[in-house]
Design a protein around this ligand. Structure first.
Ligand SMILES: Nc1ncnc2c1ncn2[C@@H]1O[C@H](COP(=O)(O)OP(=O)(O)OP(=O)(O)O)[C@@H](O)[C@H]1O
Length: 561
């Protein structure tokens, strides 16, 4: 008996799964409803989970009524299921990192540095698709680099928390090392360096005691652009981990780094290979020294949906325009493809190879969404109260499950998302007044407090605390305090792409404006196969229809539109 890999499909429609003769919705006997792979049909409308045998896809011919509200927003570009690498066969050929044509030092760095401590490491779907393609290792899918410069252009689009960072960093660093090995200028410099070192060690040496600048000084070959300082640190940590084994120079530039340190790194006589920066900072550096962008061979634009939105687009494009003449590989990376990005890519980069995973734009099924109707008692449209109560119930629930040490429990890390930046502080202050350890994530929050809180949210290590029952008095009796939760209140721009591995609970204080925001916010939980729970607070002014549609799409495991 072999388990079917098609259990997720509607057997009645595509006729290839098990039990295709049984009509949907009939569940005979006491166990009839068990082991359902599709939810019971609620009405006779056709499933949109049908992919025709001829490969054409009609999943996006959805029932208009079911996704009407989402459709009216029309924020996400439709990526037909036929366009995605949807068959298991197309992404299962490489089961380990060893099968990729990467230099041995990088393979070693993955298991010993980046994914240290993990057993049975396997590349994720986006890594299996993107790494061979970017390495030019692929036979089936060829990059269609059509322009005269021979530049290759890729879009990596895969769900949140699916390992996109390694999917682009590994091949890019591999190319960097290969180019380095073939660079005659670098070989000459190495020879000169060794000679000079030896000369300086000679007794009685009186010549200069410094070196000529390295050929790569202030001329990085790889640029990775990300929208926020937090992401600069996060991607930088992965690059640094790779650099220990693979021996290259990576530097991070953001508002969190002082100008003196930035200059010292960029103009270090030891050279520089890879720069991770926010666009504004890099643009201002390139304004004062245009040669900084004169040798870039690999350009990565991570969180491309943000970096090509209205606010970032001018500065991102200005960097791109200056670097493109030498760029051999341009890689855009995103968890969502908004219509705006889709149109821009179609007009500016029509030959771009788009690598999209089967679950793009779907919120993982392991993330559940609960709804609190704030209009009802006891909240009476008081969202602050509903939010605090939701956090309290998560905390109290957790306090019931003691760890191995008596009286000790895991600290729950909870993210609360609001739509407007101004609201973050207000909500955080309210939560603090209710005895909750909350901090607002915005530019004015004290930097050390902010980074301490973020660090605890991005580390997968459990945090333990002792729960003293006297600290949790009954409601109304004295000041309550909830010691076993930590809360960050943020807008999703502030936390876009942040790898919040420790987060199981996300509270959507406001109903997000677009399905893009739903995906990014709920995507902070349930990362890399973990389970998660979203709670959305729906008040008088919120779009219930959107929430209902998102919830249903999540339940069905379908892409949002
Ligand atoms: N092959 C793998 N196996 C297990 N864990 C992995 C693997 N690749 C990456 N990870 C881990 O998965 C987590 C998420 O990775 P990453 O931040 O690259 O996701 P992402 O796809 O960029 O997410 P987002 O779209 O939210 O930015 C990281 O903690 C990373 O170390």
């Amino acid at each position: 008996m072999v388990l079917s890999d098609r259990v997720a499909r509607s057997s009645a429609r595509d006729g290839q799964g098990c039990d295709s003769k049984k009509p949907r919705g009939r569940y005979d006997g006491p166990f009839g409803g068990m082991n359902q792979t599709t939810p019971p049909a609620r009405d006779p409308r056709p499933s949109f989970r049908s992919i025709r045998d001829d490969g054409k896809d009609n999943r996006h011919k959805k029932d208009d009524r079911r996704t009407k509200a989402m459709k009216m927003q029309s924020s996400l570009a439709t990526v037909s299921y036929g366009q995605r690498s949807r068959t298991k066969a197309s992404i299962s050929e490489v089961e380990t990192f060893d099968k990729f044509k990467l230099i041995p030092a990088l393979k070693q760095a993955v298991s010993e540095e980046v994914l240290k401590g993990m057993v049975d490491i396997k590349p994720t779907p986006v890594q299996r698709l993107a790494i061979p393609a970017l390495l030019g290792q692929e036979t089936g899918r060829r990059s269609r680099s059509k322009d005269t410069s021979g530049r290759q252009e890729f879009l990596l689009a895969a769900e949140t928390g699916s390992g996109k960072t390694l999917a682009y960093l590994l091949p890019v660093v591999n190319a960097l090392k290969e180019a380095e090995a073939a660079d005659a200028g670098l070989a000459t410099y190495r020879e000169y360096f060794e000679k000079q070192m030896a000369a300086m060690k000679e007794p009685g040496y009186t010549g200069p005691r410094e070196f000529d600048p390295h050929p790569t000084t202030a001329r990085p070959k790889v640029i990775v652009l990300v929208p926020t300082a937090e992401l600069v640190d996060q991607v930088g940590a992965v690059a640094k981990a790779l650099s220990h084994a693979a021996k290259f120079k990576a530097s991070m530039y953001s508002a969190n780094v002082s100008a003196k340190v930035i200059n010292m790194n960029m103009y270090s006589p030891k050279g520089i290979d890879l720069v991770i920066a926010t666009p504004h900072l890099l643009a201002s550096m390139a304004d004062s020294d245009p040669y900084i962008l004169s040798r870039v061979s690999h350009m990565v634009i991570d969180e491309a949906d943000s970096l090509f939105d209205r606010s970032f687009s001018p500065v991102t494009t200005s960097i791109l325009d200056r670097a493109l003449p030498t760029v051999k590989q341009l890689i855009l990376c995103s968890a969502t493809i908004p219509n705006r990005l889709d149109n821009l890519l179609a007009s500016q980069f029509p030959d771009m190879t788009r690598i999209t995973t089967p679950n793009l734009h779907a919120i993982p099924r392991r993330v559940q969404l609960g709804v609190i109707d704030v209009m009802k008692d006891p909240y009476r449209n008081n969202k602050d109260l509903a939010c605090a109560e939701a956090i309290w119930s998560i905390g109290k629930d957790a306090a019931r499950h003691e760890g191995s040490v008596p009286g000790e429990v895991d600290v729950k890390r909870i993210l609360v998302f609001v739509n407007e930046r101004e609201k973050t502080q207000e909500v955080a202050e309210y939560l603090v007044s209710k005895g909750i350890d909350a901090v607002a994530l915005h530019r004015d929050t004290e930097e050390s407090r902010q980074s301490e809180m973020l660090e605890s949210f991005t580390s997968a290590e459990p945090i333990k605390t002792k729960v003293d029952s006297s600290a949790v008095p009954a409601p109304g009796k004295g000041r309550r305090s909830l010691p076993n939760t930590k809360v960050i209140v943020a807008t999703d721009l502030a936390s876009r792409g942040i790898d919040t591995l420790a987060v199981r609970h996300v509270i959507l204080y406001d109903v997000p404006h677009t399905t893009i925001d739903f995906i990014h916010r709920l995507g902070r939980a349930g990362r890399m196969g973990r389970r998660g729970r979203g709670i959305v607070l729906v008040g008088r002014a919120d779009r219930r229809d959107i929430v209902a549609e998102v919830r249903e799409s999540m339940f069905m495991g379908q892409a949002l539109i």
